[in-house]
Structure formats: structure tokens, C-alpha cells
Design a protein. Sequence first.
Length: 224
Amino acid sequence: MFLNADAVVQGVMVILLLASLVCWIVILEKAALFKRASRNVLAFKRAASSIGDEVDPGAYPGFTSLIVAAGVREAEDTSGSETRADFRERTERSMRATLSGRLDRLDARTTFLATVGSTSPFVGLFGTVWGIMHSFIGIAASGETTLAVVAPGIAEALFATAMGLVAAIPAVVAYNKINAVMKKMTKEALNGISLVGNSLARIHFSAVGDGGRERPMLKKVESQ
């Protein structure tokens, strides 16, 4: 059907095939990345709920160590005249900014899935309309109107619509799944950040209350 189709329909089919292949590459990449990231976020939340007298960013998995490191840096840069609420807001804001940057990196290229999911059916429909139109022109030129003459051209044209759906359906399903995982992961990470912020405030203000005992120092963390 591809070889016998009109050149425009062939071009549509090639575009849809390439779009489908790229979508599957993105889907498989995101599946691996989000699986690892979700595991790290859950471990981060568990570790954040059991912080003792020192916050060690190196004890947190993956990119969450960078989030904690940002909070500790911000906690150590203090004038000593803040309220507990102001201190928490400042440290948590720094951690949320780091989290946002990491989530943006995880979310990269997912808009391509949305684009393919929303446009592929219409691209396939364009190929179908063009193919049927080309078939009717051929029928008019030959003067033959039998099913044997009409069916092959229409089948070739409808194949373009089928390819559009094959490209669009996995893209839409994957995009919705990624959004759901992203929302859940963001919620869990924000809960962990709140726990870390509370622990940093507790450690800091207990140190002030103890006459200025040394606050937890930031340990070296390698970039993830």
C-alpha cells in the first residue's frame, strides 16, 4: 500500500512513522528516568522524617542530595535575627527552587508527546483526504467505477489515518501517565522538603538556645 500510494500520502506515512519512533524513544527514556526519580523521592521523604542533630546531604539518594544541600547552604547563611517561620520559608524556598530545576529536566521533551498525540490524527486524516481525492481523480480519468478500481486507492488513503492513530494513542497515554507521576512525585518531594525545613529550623534554633553551639555544616556533595 505504501509503494502504490501517492507521493504526498507516502510523505505523510513517513512523517508519522518517524514521529511514532521518536515517541517510543521518549517514552522508554522517561520510564527509566521517572522510575529512578520516584524511588529517590520516596527514599528522600523517609530519610527526611528521621533527621537527628545533623543534616548530611550526602545521605540522600540521587538528585535529592542537591535539594538538601541547597537547604543547608541557605540555613548556614543567616543573620540570627529571623523568626522560626522566616527561617523555614527561606530554606524551603531554596530547596523548592532546586527541586523545580530538577523536575524541569525530567519533564524535558514530554511536550513532544503532547504535540504528536494532538496532531498525528489530523496529519493522518490529511493523508487520507489527499489519497481519496487522488483516487477519485484517477477514477474520473479512467472512467472505471468498479470496486476493484476504487478499493485499492481508498485502502491506501485510510492506511494513513491508521498510522496517525498508531502514533497518537501511545503518545497521549504516555503523556497523561507522565503528568500523573510528576504530580505525585512533586507532592512527595514537597512533603520531604517541609520535613527537612522543619528539622533545619529545629537544629538551628536549638543551637541558638544552647548559646551558639555550632550548627550542622554542609558536607561536600557531588553533582548528580
